[in-house]
Design a protein around this ligand. Structure first.
Ligand code: CU
Length: 144
């Protein structure tokens, strides 16, 4: 099922703020918007690949056994996907563009849905269709 923004909100899920946890027992819903971010690290202004206007990106929390639903809205001018590191999840949700999924086109969205099988701290990052952009800017996103 493809979710439009209207349908997503109409389903009774209210976005409190971008990237903030929307609590429902046994299910965690998040909204991520990949975007370039300028941040200061060690007093130096640098370009990063962030989420929701932040670097590092928001912490996504879930309990082992929870279902995670992460809607990714692409506001970039390029296709994008989100790659999850260390999480056991369906291959089609792994976010390696072209290899395990198609990119999310500009202005498009994709719902990543998977069950959290493992406890721990993991990270994710967005992948652009332009490898040079990925290589030049650190990315972030985390889940505990
Ligand atoms: Cu990766």
């Amino acid at each position: 099922m493809r979710w439009s923004r209207r349908a997503f909100l109409g389903a009774g899920i209210t976005t409190l703020s971008a990237g903030r946890l929307l609590a429902t027992a046994g299910r965690r819903d998040y909204l991520l918007r990949p975007e370039p971010v300028v941040a200061h690290v060690g007093g130096v202004e640098q370009n990063f690949l962030g989420f929701n206007r932040a670097w590092p990106g928001p912490e996504l929390r879930a309990r082992q056994g929870d279902g995670l639903h992460i809607r990714v809205e692409n506001g970039l001018q390029d296709g994008v996907s989100v790659h999850w590191h260390g999480l056991r999840l369906p291959n089609r949700m792994d976010g390696v563009n072209v290899l395990t999924q198609d990119v999310i086109p500009p202005s498009g969205a994709l719902d990543y849905r998977f069950k959290v099988l493992d406890a721990g701290t993991f990270w994710c990052h967005w992948r652009s269709i332009h490898p040079a952009q990925q290589d030049s800017m650190p990315t972030s996103c985390s889940k505990v």
